[in-house]
Ligand binder design. Structure first.
Ligand SMILES: Nc1nc2c(ncn2[C@@H]2O[C@H](COP(=O)(O)OP(=O)(O)OP(=O)(O)O)[C@@H](O)[C@H]2O)c(=O)[nH]1
Ligand SMILES: [Mg+2]
Length: 387
């Protein structure tokens, strides 16, 4: 159950919601924490507040140490159908992997923190262009956060897939634990959730609830909870079987789910087989795929990594057909996309005039079948749109 907080603490949290400057947010959160009694019922709340506090402190620190010009170096323009970020431990072979997968030629050195700004490269797989970006390490070989951590995580947060890269020459299970916890502290969740809560804060209109699933609480419960946290106006969308606790968590830390996978770089250096098994088990608890990489068998591993990236991104390729001629360059969409979304991807006007489509491929029983705008397409389908 959500926490019953003392009135002063509730007041502080309301103040926090209204605060704009990071310095103010930190001060108010520290005050709020000191006002919340430490017991079982407040444990979850205190933990969330502490995580948020840690994140704010780091944000402040990076801002102080980073000049605006250096910040700009971290901006990477997205190219291709999707962007994948290599985020990981120093000296884990990220640059070596990047140069194996793409046309990029990053510096590879035996010392750590060679890469000091994001390096993009283009990879082509199944005729689809994917952008791979190596990020400066978020963890040193000694498992300390680096001066790049918050900026690298910010780029990863904005990417379509995070490839967590571990160093086979070190303690791989501990590296994984640390990276998951760093991402968590920045509000990035790797486990696909059974339920989802989205809170869109507004300027007026009170608290409105939209439920798509089996939410157990009432509008009043949500209202009371959010008012207690200082949120007066918001549209709250609840998908799946979310609980009031999930709403509370989302209201406090605004977490996002990110697709991710794990690469064990320098896999030839792994000494203990049991360690690798333990990591596999840990990673499977998150439902994530894991692939090794070693320069010794780089081509074999590279094709496995490409395949895994492609699968994890859940993208499909659709070939359009006009006057009996099929295009050889696919249109890339996400899994579950419909004929209407395909038309929208081609041209807005096209979507407005769309009447029906003929489809050849896995999504239809009869080849050349006529389907409507809401028909769900599959990878490799050939589609002829009729307007
Ligand atoms: N044994 C082994 N060494 C490798 C492998 N891949 C890279 N290395 C070596 O590991 C060191 C680091 O490789 P990089 O590719 O620069 O690693 P990185 O993760 O980009 O390193 P930073 O940018 O410094 O964080 C270099 O000395 C490489 O030669 C591998 O598969 N096996
Ligand atoms: Mg590097």
């Amino acid at each position: 159950m959500p926490t019953n907080l003392p009135a002063e603490a509730q007041k502080k949290l309301a103040e926090y919601q209204a605060a704009r400057r990071v310095e103010d947010k930190i001060r108010i959160l520290e005050e709020a924490l000191s006002l919340i009694p430490d017991h079982k019922g407040t444990e979850k709340m205190r933990r969330h507040l502490k995580t948020t506090l840690a994140k704010l402190r780091r944000e402040l620190e990076t801002r102080r140490t980073t000049k605006a010009t250096r910040q700009d170096l971290f901006h990477v323009k997205k190219e291709g159908a999707a962007q994948v970020t290599l985020l990981g431990v120093a000296n884990s072979g990220k640059s070596t992997i990047l140069s194996t997968l793409t046309n990029a030629k990053p510096a590879v050195e035996a010392y750590q923190l060679t890469t000091v700004r994001p390096i993009p490269g283009m990879m082509i797989h199944n005729t689809v262009e994917l952008q791979i970006v190596e990020l400066p390490a978020v963890l040193t070989e000694e498992l300390e956060e680096t001066g790049f951590t918050s900026r690298s995580v910010a780029v990863a947060r904005n990417s379509d897939l995070i490839a967590i890269t571990l160093n086979g020459g070190g303690d791989i299970t501990e590296q994984f634990r640390r990276i998951v916890s760093i991402l968590d502290s920045y509000g990035i969740v790797l486990k696909r959730k059974r339920a989802d809560v989205i809170i869109e804060k507004k300027d007026s209109g009170g608290i409105r609830l939209v439920t798509l699933g089996s939410f157990q609480g009432t509008q009043q419960d949500v209202k009371t909870l959010l008012h207690g946290l200082g949120i007066k106006h918001a549209v709250v969308k609840i998908y799946g079987d979310a609980t009031l606790d999930d709403v509370e968590e989302q209201a406090i830390r605004e977490a996002v789910y990110k697709r991710s996978m794990v690469i064990v770089g320098r896999a030839d250096l792994i000494k203990e087989r049991e360690k690798a098994e333990e990591l596999k088990h840990m990673v499977s608890e998150y439902g994530l795929p894991i692939t090794p990489f070693s320069i010794l068998y780089k081509d074999r591993y590279a094709s496995r990594i490409k395949e895994t990236m492609f699968k994890s991104l859940e993208i499909i390729r659709i070939y359009t057909q006009k006057d009996g001629v099929t295009s050889n360059k696919p249109i890339v969409l996400h899994r579950g996309a419909t004929v209407l979304e395909l038309a929208q991807a081609i041209h807005r006007e096209f979507a407005e005039k769309l009447q029906y489509a003929r489809v050849w491929g896995k999504s239809v029983k009869i080849q050349g079948q006529q389907v409507g705008p809401s028909h769900v397409l599959e990878d490799g389908d050939i589609v002829e749109i009729h307007i």
